[in-house]
Design a protein around this ligand. Structure first.
Ligand code: ADP
Ligand code: MG
Length: 337
């Protein structure tokens, strides 16, 4: 490792998203390694989206603390420059990577961890809205944590105006059917996405690929309109049309395409579990709380080592160091060797 001299070149990149990079850093004071989410140029007034997303992430993560939710150590807004930095506890890799390289040793445990995170989040009145493998982190002990809280919303109350789906930007092929028609939605959209993720872990590939996501949109809206709509047509439907479609969608059984894909899930307990998440009707889906009581997750023990307490102690020191000197260069950036 070498110290960063201001250049981003060759840094150890942990991940890259829509609004910046996540890099490996070490606190100079405590020597703790962490993941630093860097949002470059997000303070430029003509692009408020990135900033809004980061602020939302900070606000939510300050409020929710859970062992299966990634822990935010600190947020740093240097006095000069237009960048915003979020320091997180470090994970080994994300679930997308782990699935791709066949590194998921205990799918049941990961499922259990994320169900716990969702159950906690939902009980707090929040919807994650972007549950997918790349937003699930695995630490070195195989513990799973939900991350990326930039799209979180308070759950809709019955009397709230419908949320238009164009506002929702989550990944299309983890998206619940009701979001394609832009009517009321609630926490159960996270359960649908979660079901796709659990199936993906077991199958080793996405349950619904990108192309299928389009197909699914066609399947749902087409069923209701009696013909296959273009994507743009579907996105520009009026409120009453959407409500009508949503009513029909609720009564549609699991799409035949989806059903066929689930054939690859051979464990009957797991299949029943995944099916309970992938109900077209949001009200028929299991709640996160119910998922935790499902036999598939029953008996899934959480193992906590003493080491964890020590790690946390170190981290709080880091957080203090950041707070007292946010403008100083407090990180050593790990370069790729
Ligand atoms: P974005 O909003 O840009 O998608 P994320 O928070 O999802 O940002 O982070 C992007 C990627 O960075 C993740 O998919 C993951 O690969 C990596 N990453 C994020 N946080 C951590 C962390 N704490 N430890 C290790 N890798 C991380
Ligand atoms: Mg992400």
């Amino acid at each position: 490792t070498v110290e960063d001299e201001g250049s981003q070149q060759g840094v150890h990149l942990l991940g890259a998203g829509a609004y910046g990079e996540v890099i490996l850093v070490q606190s100079k004071s405590s020597k703790c390694t962490m993941a630093l989410k860097c949002c470059f140029d997000c303070l430029i007034p003509d692009d408020p989206t990135a900033l809004k997303r980061m602020y939302r992430e900070i606000a939510v993560l300050r409020q929710v603390r859970h062992k299966n939710i990634v822990s935010l150590q600190d947020a740093v807004l240097p006095k000069t420059g237009c960048h915003l930095y979020l320091a997180f506890e470090l994970a080994l890799h994300d679930l997308e990577h782990a699935i791709r390289y066949n590194l998921v040793e205990e799918p049941r445990r990961v499922s259990c961890n994320i169900a716990r995170a969702l159950s906690f989040l939902h009980a707090t009145g929040l919807i994650h809205r972007d549950v997918k493998p790349s937003n699930i982190l695995l630490d070195k002990d195989g513990r799973a944590k939900l991350c990326d809280f930039g799209f979180v919303r308070r759950s809709c109350l019955r009397d709230d105006p419908p949320r238009a789906f164009t506002e929702y930007v989550g990944m299309r092929w983890y998206r619940a059917p009701e979001l394609f028609v832009g009517t009321f939605y609630n926490q159960s959209i996270d359960v649908w996405s979660y079901g796709c993720v659990v199936a993906e872990m077991v199958l080793g590939r996405p349950l619904i690929s990108g192309i299928d996501g389009e197909e699914q949109l066609g399947l749902i809206v087409g069923l209701c309109l009696g013909r296959h709509p273009s994507r743009f047509e579907a996105e520009s439907l009026g409120v009453s049309e959407r409500n009508h479609i949503a009513g029909v969608v609720r009564t549609v059984p699991l799409g035949p395409t989806l059903d066929k894909k689930l054939n690859g899930v051979t464990d009957s307990q797991c299949l029943e579990f995944v099916r309970s998440c992938l109900k077209f009707g949001p009200a028929e889906r299991s709640t996160a709380e119910e998922l935790l009581r499902n036999r598939f997750l029953a008996g899934c023990q959480e193992v906590w080592s003493l080491q964890n307490g020590q790690e946390l102690q170190g981290r709080s020191l880091v957080a203090r160091a950041f707070r007292t000197s946010p403008d100083k260069d407090v990180w050593t950036v790990f370069k790729e060797i």
